[in-house]
Design a protein around this ligand. Structure first.
Ligand code: ZN
Length: 447
C-alpha cells in the first residue's frame, strides 16, 4: 500500500507545477488533470474551473456523496509548488522523487502534494473498506505559492457546486516540532501601508538643494520612527484596544509546545530576543499584534555614495493583526496617527497614506468537533498528546472559506518542522505521510 501512495506522490512531483513561472503553466494544468482523474477513480464528481484572473492556474472542485444525514467535510490543499532547481543546491533532482532513509525528497513532497496524496488515500481506503460515513469535498488551488491569486473570487463564483459544508480541513501545514503532531488553530491578519512623502517634483542633487529645501526623506524617517518602541510596543493610538485578553484555557495550550529556544536563536544568528521566555516569545509571535518596517521606495539603496535627494519616497510598513482587530479599522488608526504626527512637524511636503493591502486573521475554536476528532485520532494513532499551534504568518483564505461556507476550519499538520518546505532538499518522513493518512481516516470515522 505504501508503494502505491509513494508512486502517486512521485507522479505529482515529476510535474513542476511552479505557479511563480508562467512558462510552467502546462505542468500545472497536467497536475490538475492528473489529480482530477484520480479523484474520478474513487467516484468523485470533479470540475476544473478557470481562475477569474487570466493566466492564473485553475482550481479543482470535487465532491463525493450527498447524503444529507451525514456530515460534509471540505478538504483544502494546493497543487502548485515553489520554484526549485538542482543548481540551487539540491542534492537530488527536485522533480524526480528520491526515497532515502525513511524520507522522500522532492519539491512539493511536504508542501503540499504529500498532504494532498495522504488525503486521497485516506478517503480511498475508507471507501474500499466500506467505512466512509461522511460526504467529502475537495478544493485544490494552483496559486497558493503566489498569494492565492484569484482564489477567493473564483471559489465564490462556484460556491454552489458544493452542498452544505459542515467543516473545513486545511491540509497545508506541518508539525510545529519534530515529534509532536500538531493542529493549527490560528493565523495572524495583516494590514500593509505606505507613507508617501512628495517634495520637489523630481529627484534633486544635494549640491543644488541641500540647505535649500526640506527634504522628503527627513519627514519620512521621522514618521517611521514614531510607530514603535524598541521593546516592540506599537505606538499607534488604539492599536491594542480590540486584542482579545488571554484566558487560562488559551494559556494552557502553550504548555505542550515542542520548541527549542536555543536552536531558534542559533537559526536566527541572535544571542538575544525581545523575550527569552519561550511562552512569551511564542505569544508575541502568535497571539499578539506587531508592526514591521520593510523599506523605502524611491530612496537610494545601491552601493556607492550617490548624492541624490529623492523627490518622492514611500515608506512600507506592515502590521500583523490578531483577534479581534479589524484590518481596515487598523488602517484608519494608522492613517490618523501618521497624519497627526505629520501635522506636528509643519512640513511643506505633501503626505499621502496608502492602504496597500489587508487580510483577515483566523482564529479557530479548539473545542469544536473537528479539533475534538483530531485530538482523539492523533492520540490513538501516534500515542502522543497533540500540540495546538498558531502561526505569526497570514493565510486570509481560511477565514474567507469559513465565512463563505459558514463552517469552521481546522489545520492538520502532516510533515515535520524541518521539512524545508520552501527550501533545498524539501523532504517528508514516510512515517508522517502514512501517519497523516491514518489520522485523516480516523478523523473522518469519528464524525
Ligand atoms: Zn503550502
Amino acid at each position: 500500500m505504501t508503494k502505491e501512495i509513494i508512486d502517486y506522490l512521485s507522479e505529482l512531483i515529476a510535474l513542476p507545477s511552479i505557479s511563480a513561472f508562467n512558462t510552467n503553466r502546462s505542468f500545472s494544468i497536467q497536475t490538475a488533470n492528473k489529480i482530477s482523474e484520480k479523484l474520478r477513480l474513487i467516484g468523485a464528481e470533479v470540475k476544473i474551473v478557470d481562475n477569474v484572473i487570466p493566466g492564473k492556474n485553475p482550481i479543482i472542485l470535487a465532491k463525493l456523496g450527498d447524503d444529507p444525514t451525514k456530515k460534509t467535510i471540505l478538504f483544502y490543499s494546493h497543487y502548485d509548488v515553489q520554484p526549485a532547481a538542482k543548481e540551487d543546491g539540491w542534492d537530488y533532482d527536485p522533480f524526480d522523487l528520491k526515497e532515502l532513509d525513511g524520507y522522500v525528497y522532492g519539491r512539493g513532497v511536504s508542501d503540499d502534494k504529500g498532504p494532498l496524496v495522504a488525503t486521497y488515500f485516506a478517503v480511498k481506503e475508507l471507501i474500499d473498506e466500506g467505512k466512509l460515513n461522511v460526504n467529502v469535498c475537495f478544493v485544490y488551488e494552483g496559486e497558493e505559492e503566489s498569494s492565492s491569486g484569484g482564489f477567493e473570487d473564483t471559489l465564490e463564483m462556484h460556491k454552489d457546486f458544493y452542498n452544505d459544508i459542515d467543516g473545513i480541513m486545511i491540509l497545508d501545514t506541518s508539525w510545529f516540532g519534530e515529534e509532536t503532531p500538531s493542529m493549527d488553530y490560528g493565523f495572524r491578519g495583516v494590514t500593509y501601508m505606505g507613507i508617501q512623502i512628495q517634495g520637489p517634483n523630481k529627484d534633486q542633487h544635494s549640491g543644488l538643494v541641500g540647505g535649500v529645501i526640506r527634504e522628503p526623506m527627513e519627514d519620512l524617517i521621522y514618521l517611521m520612527s514614531k510607530l514603535k518602541q524598541f521593546d516592540g510596543k506599537v505606538l499607534i493610538n488604539g492599536f491594542y484596544d480590540k486584542v482579545l485578553p488571554l484566558t487560562d484555557e488559551e494559556k494552557e495550550l502553550y504548555s505542550n509546545i515542542e520548541f527549542d529556544l536555543e536552536e531558534f536563536k542559533k537559526y536566527l544568528g541572535r544571542n538575544t530576543l525581545l523575550s527569552e521566555d519561550t511562552t512569551t516569545m511564542l505569544m508575541n509571535n502568535w497571539r499578539n499584534p506587531t508592526l514591521s518596517l520593510h523599506g523605502i521606495q524611491g530612496a537610494f539603496s545601491e552601493d556607492g555614495s550617490k548624492t541624490v535627494v529623492p523627490g518622492k519616497v514611500i515608506g512600507k510598513v506592515s502590521m500583523r493583526l490578531v483577534p479581534n482587530q479589524d484590518p481596515k479599522e487598523i488602517a484608519q488608526l494608522f492613517i490618523d496617527h501618521i497624519t497627526n504626527e505629520f501635522n506636528k512637524i509643519n512640513s511643506p511636503n505633501k503626505l499621502d497614506i496608502l492602504t496597500i493591502g489587508t487580510g483577515d486573521w483566523w482564529y479557530g475554536d479548539v473545542n469544536n468537533f473537528l479539533f475534538s476528532a483530531g485530538k482523539e485520532a492523533i492520540n490513538e494513532y501516534w500515542q502522543i498528546e497533540p500540540a495546538f499551534t498558531r502561526s505569526g504568518g497570514s493565510i486570509p483564505i481560511i477565514p474567507f472559506m469559513e465565512k463563505l461556507f459558514d463552517a469552521p476550519a481546522m489545520g492538520l499538520g502532516i510533515g515535520q518542522s524541518t521539512d524545508g518546505a520552501h527550501s533545498q532538499n524539501e523532504r517528508l518522513r514516510i512515517k508522517n505521510l502514512i501517519g497523516g493518512k491514518e489520522v485523516i481516516k480516523k478523523i473522518l470515522s469519528k464524525l
